[in-house]
Design a protein around this ligand. Structure first.
Ligand SMILES: *Cc1c(COP(=O)(O)O)cnc(C)c1O
Length: 215
């Protein structure tokens, strides 16, 4: 399926006008498709799989800002730390510690978002509010915690999705000053409009731009 240029250009325009970062989610998508967007000025791309990301990163322009948006295994952290622009899905203290450790080794500070569990489904990874409030950021000197990320339930109930995003936004506001947060990453193809209404400033969009994924 080719890139949906019309949808992309209109998203790029609308989100740009509102200062919302568009992360184009390019998992399973070809280098060619990524380059099509690159040539239209897109620089933020999101990937879910380390192996795939490493290959693409080698072959594509160096000024692409790579976002890691999936669940990250601790043993893979070291491969992405040297170049990653932002890790969205930091969902446990164990992972946070490993990122800090590898960043320290590399002499870098790595930008991360803490993933908060907002959906009803048990399968979604992330911190809950209590864990977030008790986290001591001083313990992670080589990690810059620059915001929060969350995924709402996969549901047709817009009200439910709205309330989940609302919960995340209010947590973000509570912690914003302490952490110097700048990014609230919420919203995907199916729910980004609701997410933006609730205060998202970074959306992760795949299928609207690239069409449905066939793995
Ligand atoms: C795949 C994925 C997206 C993009 O999903 P679409 O519905 O295709 O927009 C966003 N966020 C995460 C964490 C993903 O894994």
């Amino acid at each position: 399926m080719p890139v949906n240029l019309e949808s992309f250009i209109s998203l790029q325009h609308d989100l740009g006008a509102q200062n919302i970062v568009l992360v184009a989610v390019s998992k399973f998508k070809s280098l060619e498709d990524i380059m099509t967007l690159y040539d239209l000025g897109q620089r933020d791309f999101g990937e879910n799989f380390v192996q795939e990301l490493l290959i693409k990163k080698e072959l594509l322009p160096k000024d692409i800002r790579w976002h890691y948006i999936g669940h990250l295994q601790t043993n893979k952290v070291k491969y992405i730390v040297p170049f990653i622009h932002l890790i969205h899905g930091v969902d446990s203290l164990k992972l946070l510690s490993e990122i800090n450790k590898q960043a320290l080794k590399a002499g870098l500070v790595v930008n991360c978002l803490l993933q908060v569990h907002i959906a009803e489904e048990e399968t979604k990874f992330g911190f809950n509010e209590e864990e977030l409030l008790s986290l001591n950021k001083e313990d992670y000197s080589n990690v810059q915690i620059s915001g929060l990320m969350g995924m709402a339930s996969f549901s047709d109930d817009a009200n439910k999705v709205m309330n989940e995003f609302k919960t995340l936004k209010s947590l973000y506001e509570k912690q914003k000053t302490q952490y110097k947060f700048i990014y609230l990453s919420m919203g995907m193809s199916g729910d980004y409009k609701i997410a933006i209404q609730q205060g998202s400033n970074m959306v992760r969009i795949g299928s609207i731009i690239f069409g449905e994924r066939n793995k």
